[in-house]
Write a protein that binds this ligand. Structure first.
Ligand code: SF4
Length: 443
């Protein structure tokens, strides 16, 4: 049996608070031993408990934050003050890890909006970089060490030869795998796990931090370009059936970062699912979506959809709609889409953009408990929110985030109250959905 690659997780603990990091503005980063680093929750800077730090996981990166000064705690006085030695620094966490606090800094006048990445707190201790984070997912499908560039390139060549007229395979090869380095596309060309199937050039939402489209009026750019054509069901079926038939722990996932909203293409997706299931019962057929059209979800479930992942920045209507700026749908529709899949016995996750101070606020916690109860949700994927924190809170008009629990405590409370609910970072394969979720995959 193929063994799902799960690592043995050993996390070092931190004997003392780490020192703050700063950059010289030329890409070199230093530690300032006169200041301990702090974290940010909402609009507040605060000390971070020692047991919340882990070493920066492999694949993580450090960013300098131009026009911003880090907030630290004076090693001698215990007072909070700015690090005047250089720009603030934050960490970008690799997939499978959820950040517990943002980087804390003061933004100077004229500072540029930060690009669409996550900005987790970071510190220095014992010659190592530390971050306040937890490993939330055991699956290693997106670990940087697991990608073999040679195998990816030969996979692209092989599939280009196998499907010379398939525009989608061309897009996944030239753009997704070889240009954007999308982990899902790279796994597809390595013949394993989750295969991405983008399909929609358009969207019915206007997310502030959309990763595939940013209006000219904004100074930041989207991290990838949106698909420019509508694939046919034939193009989709041609490469997805062999993937489901041959890949270990196979999943095909509609709804990717390089497109708009897949539910706007539901008729094509339905046709593809019906055709796929004529050829193979294997694997999971999933859709990553904004969940805006429950009637379309109903039709896809009847055709054979196995799982859904609904993305959201919040489970509070006002916060959701202030960010998604939906066209002709509303928050209640995304809740209904989750219920539809559960009614059909499918797996339903939320792709939860974690923003410390907002996600773990007392109001959000209550709303999350209600959503889990009302929808019989299967899983929460605790994703780091890739957005400039000041820009986000400013755009949705939040000046005070109120009381907060702490992201770690929020996760513990939800886990305790809803023991059946799964936590993770990725869409699970059918073997996990149908099998013993934890045990089946122990080494
Ligand atoms: S739902 Fe997705 S594609 Fe649509 S605006 Fe939001 S992030 Fe962009």
């Amino acid at each position: 049996m193929d063994v799902l690659p799960l690592p043995l997780i050993m996390q070092a603990t931190l004997p003392a608070s780490p020192y703050i990091l700063y950059s010289d503005g030329k890409g070199t980063i230093f530690e300032d031993r006169s200041l301990y680093t702090t974290g940010r929750s909402g609009w507040d800077a605060l000390p971070i408990a020692q047991d919340e730090w882990i070493e920066l996981p492999a694949g993580g990166q450090l960013y300098e934050l131009p026009g911003r000064r880090g907030i630290g705690i004076d090693v001698k006085t215990g007072e909070m003050r700015l690090c005047e030695k250089g720009w603030a620094v934050a960490a970008f966490l690799s997939p499978a890890y959820t950040g517990l606090y943002l980087a804390a800094y003061e933004t100077g006048a004229g500072a540029p909006t930060l690009p669409l990445f996550c900005y987790t707190a970071a510190g220095w201790h014992n010659e190592k970089i530390w971050v306040p984070a937890v490993r939330i997912e055991n699956d290693i499908r997106q670990e940087s060490v697991g990608f073999d560039e040679k195998k990816i390139r030969s996979g692209v060549e092989r599939l280009f030869e196998a499907y010379p007229h398939n525009r989608l395979v061309q897009h996944l090869g030239n753009n997704c795998a070889l240009t954007y380095h999308c982990p899902a596309a790279r796994n597809f060309f390595m013949g394993r796990w989750e295969c991405p199937v983008p399909s929609s050039p358009a969207c019915n939402a206007n997310c502030i931090g959309c990763i595939s489209f940013q209006p000219e009026s904004e100074t930041i750019t989207s991290t990838q370009d949106r698909l420019v054509f509508k694939p046919t069901a034939e193009e989709i079926v041609e490469f997805t059936v062999p993937h489901l038939e041959t890949a270990p722990y196979p999943i095909v996932s509609f709804g990717q970062g390089c497109e708009g909203e897949p539910l706007l293409m539901w008729e094509t997706i339905r046709e593809a699912i019906l055709e796929i299931r004529k050829h193979t019962p294997k694997g999971s057929i999933n859709i990553n979506t904004n969940g805006s059209r429950p009637a379309a979800v109903e039709a896809l479930c009847r055709a054979g959809l196995n799982s859904i992942r609904v993305s959201t920045n919040s489970v509070r209507k006002s916060i959701y709609e202030a960010y998604y700026r939906p066209n002709n749908y509303q928050f209640e529709d995304i809740v209904e889409s989750i219920k539809v899949v559960r009614r059909h016995g499918g797996w339903a996750s939320i792709n939860y953009f974690v923003f410390p101070g907002m996600t773990d606020s007392a109001d959000e916690y209550e709303a999350l408990r209600t959503l889990i109860r009302d929808t019989d949700l299967s899983m929460i994927q605790w994703r780091n929110f890739n957005i400039d924190p000041d820009w986000y809170l400013g755009k949705i008009g939040v000046t005070d985030t109120g009381e907060f629990l702490g992201v770690k405590q929020l996760q513990e409370l939800i886990r305790e109250e809803f023991p059946h609910l799964r936590f993770g970072y990725f869409n699970p394969p059918m073997e996990r959905i149908k099998g013993n979720y934890e045990h089946d995959f122990a080494h």
